[in-house]
Write a protein that binds this ligand. Structure first.
Ligand SMILES: *[C@@H]1O[C@H](CO)[C@@H](O)[C@H](O)[C@H]1NC(C)=O
Ligand SMILES: *[C@@H]1O[C@H](CO)[C@@H](O)[C@H](O)[C@H]1NC(C)=O
Ligand SMILES: *[C@@H]1O[C@H](CO)[C@@H](O)[C@H](O)[C@H]1NC(C)=O
Length: 447
């Protein structure tokens, strides 16, 4: 297949360049991987387990509230007291007998390539872990609580396939309590979708925007690099900004791609891996920083301070990949257990990208203070996810990859996450932060 040859060519190019460009040491495998799985043109979406999306019935299912025992309340109070000092990223994965929050085979919204159990993954230990911060507890996701907080609200996940990974996790979790309706769908490979939970008038959207800023994705027919316009956001999502109450931005991996960066419509700032073009190589870190700054600034500038609705903006930090071996050989991400707390440090490109993201969030936070009701926060999942090498689809991106034995070429996805899986924890943290805010504003209202 042509793209495999292209891929190998690109890998050779990269091997030649990596001496000159240190970031390629980290980027090599993911880059190779994107050619196949991040770029929609190459996307071998297989339709096998794509069950018809979303339930069409209008009746909402059981809205049972679990019996209210006294311990969660106590726990909450303890949290409330200590929450200012609690860093939820400081913790470890601990065994959890309860297991996943939903049944992946009945959820109906999981992209086939991430539906690992349906694709024949048999080692299921990865489902039985929960994140335990040292100084506070992270509650198991309570869909009823989420609906309570988000009634009449619109949540948007905006970014690349990680945004999609997370929105599908959230949909599956929420579906266990109330059925969503797919109300809008556009773009190849489900790039833009919107659901509504009629029982709560909660709207959930996902927007494909892998750079957040405006850009032209590379394609087979056009140039072999992305074009990014770092000075303006992608209006696909930005035009709807006034409708949102909660936004989760989730980007990163597409920035590793070859790209040319524009600071004005014509003005080229530089490029990342563009041999043959007469542009200065500047890596992608500065471009990412600039893109985030443009994004947050646009949100701050455009939001009408007179708007009485809250707007909470999260940036999900970089989600590390785990390639231990070659991406197209068996055993690319073979681990079946999380790393121990001190077994692996956050370093290299993962730490670098997260650092930029955290800095830009801090920057934006202070600027957003002028705009009442606007809140900007990091959803800091990098370290938590880095400790989960066991949570990727690996070979199970394809159905039953070993049905005919272990072949020479086994494609692996060590970037995205199986569902159910570690991304469910990202949503638990999201809910925990929103709960904390709710408690704070109740206290401020003197309740
Ligand atoms: C998930 O649902 C399927 C179909 O109803 C069922 O066969 C399977 O046992 C369920 N799995 C779990 C873990 O509950
Ligand atoms: C449903 O939620 C939207 C916001 O997402 C709001 O504008 C609308 O008024 C709500 N509808 C009702 C009936 O409350
Ligand atoms: C490359 O760019 C430099 C600086 O802009 C210019 O002087 C030079 O002529 C360009 N070379 C080519 C081959 O276009």
């Amino acid at each position: 297949m042509g793209f495999i040859t292209n891929l190998l060519k690109e890998q050779r190019h990269i091997l030649l360049t990596r001496k000159l460009l240190p970031w390629f040491i980290y980027a090599l495998l993911p880059l190779a991987f994107f050619r196949l799985y991040f770029h929609p043109i190459h996307l071998p979406e297989n339709s096998i387990h794509q069950s018809p999306q979303i339930v069409v019935s209008s009746s909402s299912s059981s809205l049972s509230t679990p019996p209210f025992s006294s311990s969660p309340v106590l726990e909450e109070e303890v949290n409330a007291i200590t929450e200012t000092s609690c860093d939820y990223t400081d913790g470890k994965w601990v065994p959890d007998k309860l297991g996943p929050l939903y049944n992946g085979s009945t959820c109906g919204t999981i992209k086939a390539a991430q539906n690992c159990i349906a694709h024949g993954r048999t080692d299921l230990d990865y489902l039985y872990w929960r994140w335990k911060p040292h100084k506070c507890s992270l509650s198991r996701f309570d869909p009823n609580k989420f609906f309570h907080l988000m009634t009449n609200k619109h949540i948007a996940f905006i970014g690349d396939s990680m945004a999609r990974n997370q929105v599908e996790s959230l949909l599956c979790i929420l579906s266990s309590v109330s059925k969503p309706h797919l109300v809008y769908r556009d773009g190849e490979d489900n790039k833009f979708r919107r659901w509504n939970f009629p029982s709560y008038n909660l709207t959930l959207s996902v927007y494909w925007s892998p750079f957040l800023v405006d850009g032209i994705e590379k394609s087979n027919t056009g140039p072999n690099h992305n074009k990014l316009f770092l000075h303006r956001v992608n209006e696909k999502w930005a035009v709807d900004l006034d409708d949102f109450h909660l936004v989760v931005f989730s980007i990163g991996h597409w920035y590793l791609h070859p790209a040319v960066y524009y600071e004005g419509d014509e003005l080229v700032m530089g490029c990342h891996y563009c041999p043959g073009l007469n542009h200065t190589e500047i890596g992608f870190y500065d471009a990412l920083r600039k893109a985030l700054r443009t994004t947050f600034q646009t949100v701050i500038d455009r939001r009408n301070p007179a708007n009485s609705d809250e707007l909470n903006i999260f940036l999900a930090t970089f989600s590390p990949s785990h390639f231990d071996g070659e991406w197209d050989k068996a055993g690319a991400c073979p681990k079946t257990k999380p790393y121990e707390e001190n077994e692996k440090k956050l370093e290299g490109m993962d730490a670098e990208i997260r650092g930029i993201e955290m800095e830009e969030v801090e920057e934006a936070k202070s600027r957003a203070k002028q705009n009442g009701g606007l809140r900007i926060e990091a959803l800091d999942v990098t370290k938590i996810s880095m400790l989960r090498p066991d949570g990727h689809p690996g070979p199970y991106m394809n159905p039953f990859p070993f049905a005919n034995g272990v072949g020479d070429r086994i494609q692996n996805d060590c970037v995205h996450w199986c569902l159910p899986g570690p991304v469910d924890t990202w949503n638990e943290i999201l809910l925990e932060i929103m709960n904390k805010w709710e408690r704070q504003s109740s206290r401020n209202r003197g309740l």
